[in-house]
Design a protein around this ligand. Structure first.
Ligand SMILES: *[C@@H]1O[C@H](CO)[C@@H](O)[C@H](O)[C@H]1NC(C)=O
Ligand SMILES: *[C@@H]1O[C@H](CO)[C@@H](O)[C@H](O)[C@H]1NC(C)=O
Length: 297
């Protein structure tokens, strides 16, 4: 009886969710089950992230770190093999920016919100709501401060500017084969990374944008999973960069790039807020069912 009630409730949630997905086909769906295999630690090249943001919408402006050679944190993303997410998990922990006060200077530097014309804290709130809520089942990431401190720690541990420059790869006007960049990272971490580019739809020029290192649940590097759609692999290496032309590791924001993957990238963090509110509904349902089970069993 209780189980049929439980199944009924879950079916109701599924129906609700599939109806919702019709209306929001372009957005990643909530997958609120806390179940994941590994973590993707994603770092971005702020100049490319800025270019992408400026191209996404007229009037968009950027914040850039003072240190021009800095790769900054994008996020720490719980991931299931072969799938995106889980995302937006039921969590009793709500993002509270006050808790980040002790590490605010570091966050503004190493986990900078490149997108200047967005609300203060919106990038961090987004990363917490979308990924942190799911990651929080790991003891090392079980609070807002712990999640963000881990991102900062990994950014120090995997210093991409240093790794790349040791391999002879420096920002500027030289193009590099993505396989060369890939192998420099791979040799430094002894695992398969994932390299993401913004590629101009017209010229097919690729600009290095993100480097991802995959970690197991005890934070040791593992091979990134080539089957995962988040890496948008076209062919061969774990990369969506053009493998037929040199890719650019820019040192200034170029004038225009018509981003090929713009449908993935022009999301603003605020748009996700609505999505998160939706998620809170499931959280309520989930907690309700759990309480019911606890009371009755
Ligand atoms: C993570 O990888 C390290 C090194 O390969 C290994 O010792 C550890 O047991 C792994 N942890 C998990 C949770 O798989
Ligand atoms: C991204 O921008 C393009 C062109 O401006 C637009 O057609 C598309 O709907 C946008 N995608 C999202 C998810 O907002």
């Amino acid at each position: 009886m209780l189980y049929s009630l439980l199944i009924g409730c879950l079916n109701f949630a599924c129906l609700f969710q599939s109806g919702y997905s019709q209306a929001h086909r372009n957005k990643p769906q909530p997958t609120p089950y806390h179940d994941f295999d590994y973590l993707v630690f994603s770092q971005r090249w702020p100049l490319t992230a800025c270019t992408e943001w400026e191209e996404a919408k007229q009037g968009n402006t950027c914040n850039l770190p003072k240190d021009k050679d800095l790769w900054t944190v994008h996020g720490v993303w719980p991931t299931k093999t072969g799938k995106m997410g889980p995302l937006f998990c039921p969590s009793a922990i709500h993002f509270n920016p006050d808790q980040l006060a002790p590490i605010l200077t570091d966050l503004n530097h190493y986990w900078i919100n490149v997108e200047a014309n967005t609300k203060t804290n919106s990038f961090w709130a987004h990363e917490w709501n979308k990924h942190g809520t799911c990651a929080s089942v790991l003891p090392q990431l079980d609070s807002v401060p712990n999640y963000f401190e881990m991102g900062l720690k990994l950014n120090r541990q995997y210093d991409l500017s240093k790794i790349l420059s040791k391999g002879g790869i420096v920002p500027g006007t030289n193009g590099y084969d993505v396989s060369f960049i890939y192998n420099v990272i791979k040799n430094a971490i002894n695992r398969e990374p994932s390299i993401q580019c913004v590629t101009d739809r017209k010229t097919k020029e690729s600009f290095i944008n993100e480097i991802r290192i995959c970690l197991n649940k005890t934070f040791d590097a593992i091979d990134c999973d080539a089957s995962n759609p988040i890496h948008r692999i076209r062919v061969g290496l774990n990369t969506n960069c053009n493998q037929k032309k040199p890719v650019w590791y820019i040192d200034t924001v170029p004038s225009t790039i018509v981003d090929e993957d713009s449908e993935y990238n022009n999301e603003s963090y605020e748009e996700y807020q609505e999505f998160y509110e939706q998620q809170r509904h499931y959280t309520w349902l989930y907690n309700f069912i759990r309480t019911l089970l606890w009371v009755t069993l």
